[in-house]
Design a protein around this ligand. Sequence first.
Ligand code: KG4
Ligand code: ZN
Length: 341
Amino acid sequence: MLVLGIETSCDEMAVALVEDGCRLRSNVIASQVELHARYGGVVPEVASRQHILQLVPAQERALAQAGASLADVDAVAATHGPGLVGSLMVGVNAAKAIAYSLEVPLIGVHHLEGHVYAAWLAYPDPARDPGFPMVCLIASGGHTDLVLMEGHGLYRVLGRTRDDAAGEAFDKAARVLGLGFPGGPAIQRVSAGVQPGPPFPRAWLEDSLDFSFSGLKTALLHRAQGQGLYPPPPEGVSEEQVASIAAAFQESLVDVMSTKAVEAADRHGARAILLGGGVAANTLLRERVRRQSPVPVLVPEPSLCTDNGAMVAAAAYFRLRRGERHALDLDVYPSLPMPGS
Ligand code: KG4
Ligand code: ZN
């Protein structure tokens, strides 16, 4: 079954073709990073307008890369939440139009379920090996959730952030340190090979599996102010000072996420830990979870961790296989809860 997947929940216009939920035929991502970088973050109105311009070219490229035509498409999927309402609407409406014209099934996919299913594109059949239940740490610009996946489409939220998402914390910290947008890759880059400065506090929240990153963000701001790095002085800042703060910040975020993921796996008898979402592209996080986890760690390559259409098509396949589909009145839901939870 060839599924066309569309992902437009935020600032990436992504279209992909995936066969049987696991074979990547094409994966086109039209990034808007440069457009939003000048504002220091995603501007929703700009994102949705750009999606409209990018949609048809992205779809044509995805078909061309796969050597397929629209007539080969067996089903169409789009992220229908959570995300920015205007951005979601572009992808969902396009999916509806394509499904209607081709007379093929339409399905809306939860963005975080998409991040989970990126692992099905990277490993032969995670449902069989290592098998369920798995603890999924889904860390992105909008979410930091620990979810127990007990079967296809069966999720139990074990913990989530009480304030900022991990990606959001990376982005805000990078802004204070003058490292630009998006912040995660920038912080990772300047921290590479750097001895982290004095440790930042970790919010363990007693034995809860929730997260809290806003205190860490404030601590970083205070340290940057204390060292005269923020607001940026006219004579410029010391790159070494910035790097040592960035590295300590990354260390703190990674330590909390990794420790809680391993703790969740232990408490719930998970057979694996699955990492997904843009922050799962972080090298230190990937290494740390692999080192600390007593069970196998599933972590797709970085390009499948950040937003893409292939993960949407993969997640859709497993729902379509169970006979699920949506009618043409499918709507978008900016705060869509995790399905089956
Ligand atoms: O999943 P994603 O692509 O989009 C959302 O669903 O939000 O995640 C984007 C987030 C951004 O906050 C970005 O800074 C972060 O993922 N990110 C990273 C890395 N690459 C992207 N954070 C840490 N390290 C990275 N290498
Ligand atoms: Zn995402």
